[in-house]
Design a protein around this ligand. Structure first.
Ligand SMILES: [Zn+2]
Length: 440
């Protein structure tokens, strides 16, 4: 637990620590806020409750304030051309509050009458929860329900769950991720994303199914599952996802504008590795439009920043799509086999076998050229080729029969099968690295 350090003045600013971590983009050093951070357990400690009671100007930041402050910091960091670091500017409490005032969110939030014993937002959060629909896997959910589901997991399992926002979509929707971790320093990291293509509704449903299972069963999961830090990004393309719910069920791309109209960029052709090649288009109205330049879109940039620039040791990258019942691994942009073809093929085979044993469904494995079609500028190629993640897989979920419109009655079965496939892969990877170590 960190102690409150009152560096100057009378006002202390307390930030609920897991909220801060949630919004702290991994590449941004927010250590300058450390003196003002308390861990959640501080509220349960009697001494600290007293300390809070004596602090008349202590304020718990809510999520919105934390995010606004953080986003301002990111903007300043981006526009920073000289040596004057905004970090310094924000170091003092007064500047920090000034930042919030400029963003017009402070208003009456710093009040002398905070109810510290109750905590920052318990009552508020509970009332919000009541208005949200509970998630299940018997139907497809809108973005707000999925995002609330992530928040609820964090709320119910604060010791292992952290929700973060890694950016905003073109239309300003949050790019929300969930981290699940026992905070063991030796953990490697696993990334799972879904919904990069709007109409592939089964993908976000499976990602939430798997995250829910891991969180709720964490205590009884095998070590190969709990010695990983899990990062779930269930709706990579939130604008497109909502558009596919409200306007055009078959919408695929994001909601980028070009030439005075919203044409959309295929986010899975917008990554830099092999960008511009076959299986993508420079025609904005084409379904595979790759964008004007690599990483032209905020949704792909957000993924680039966390997967490549954060320093998180990702060992596995899994991206969920539909449909096709195939498990693909790099490369999709060229015909030549990648140097780790055998290792990737082994992992894919283990996954396919687990799906078959779980559901009876057959998933083909291989590279795009062989089992689907070539594609360039994909997140999967980039994660392997540029970000250097050893195990990178794209799973095209079911079904060939219903195409993108998988009946909701088949969501749970699909979720179960892919969960088992992920478990099998983790087990395989750990066994493989153990054998490798034994042989060395
Ligand atoms: Zn897709």
């Amino acid at each position: 637990m960190k102690r409150l350090t009152k560096s100057s003045g009378n006002d202390g600013i307390l930030i609920k620590s897991h909220t801060l971590q949630g919004y702290a983009h991994p590449i941004i050093d927010m250590s300058y806020l450390d003196p003002y951070i308390f861990n959640d357990d501080v509220k349960d400690n009697e001494t600290n409750v007293q300390l809070f009671d004596n602090e008349t100007n202590v304020h718990f930041f809510n999520d919105e304030e934390t995010q606004v402050c953080h986003e301002r910091y990111v903007r300043e960091k981006k526009s920073e051309n000289d040596t004057e670091c905004p970090k310094e500017e924000l170091k003092s409490e007064s500047c920090f509050k000034e930042t919030l005032q400029r963003e017009s969110v402070l208003k009456s939030t710093i009040t002398p009458e905070c109810d510290h014993n109750k905590g920052y937002d318990t009552a508020e959060k509970k009332s919000i929860n009541k208005t949200h629909k509970q998630i299940n896997w018997t139907e497809y959910h809108r973005l707000s329900v999925i995002h609330s589901f992530l928040d609820d997991l964090e709320y119910d399992f604060p010791s292992i769950c952290t929700v973060g926002v890694i950016g905003n979509s073109i239309e300003g929707r949050k790019l929300k991720i969930l981290k699940v971790s026992n905070s063991n320093a030796s953990n490697s990291a696993v990334w799972m994303d879904a919904g990069i293509h709007a109409r592939e509704w089964i993908a976000p449903a499976v990602a939430t199914y798997i995250s829910d299972h891991i969180v709720r069963n964490f205590a009884t999961l095998p070590t190969s599952m709990t010695n990983k830090d899990w990062y779930f990004h269930p709706v990579v393309n939130p604008d497109g996802y909502e558009y596919s719910h409200t306007v055009d069920r078959m919408w695929r791309k994001n909601r980028a504008w070009f030439g005075g109209q919203c044409v959309g960029v295929d986010l899975n052709r917008n990554f830099s590795y092999g960008w511009g090649g076959k299986g993508s288009s420079d025609n904005p109205t084409n379904a595979f439009y790759r964008g004007q330049v690599p990483f032209s879109e905020p949704e792909s940039c957000a993924m680039r920043d966390i997967l490549y620039k954060s320093g998180i040791p990702f060992q596995v990258y899994i991206t969920l799509h539909s449909y096709g019942q195939v498990i693909l691994f790099p490369f999709a942009y060229r015909d030549e086999l990648c140097p780790d073809y055998v290792r990737l093929l082994e992992g894919a085979t283990v996954m396919s076998k687990a799906i078959y044993e779980s559901s009876g469904n057959t998933y083909k494995v291989g590279i795009s050229r062989d089992v689907m079609y070539g594609a360039s500028g994909t997140s999967n190629d980039w994660s392997y080729g540029k970000a250097g993640i050893p195990y990178c897989y794209l799973i095209e979920l079911t079904s060939k029969k219903h195409r993108f419109r998988l009946p909701k009655e088949e969501i749970e079965e699909t979720g179960r099968a892919i969960l088992n496939c992920v478990k099998a892969l983790m087990d395989h990877i750990d066994n493989k690295s153990k054998n490798d170590n034994d042989n060395n």
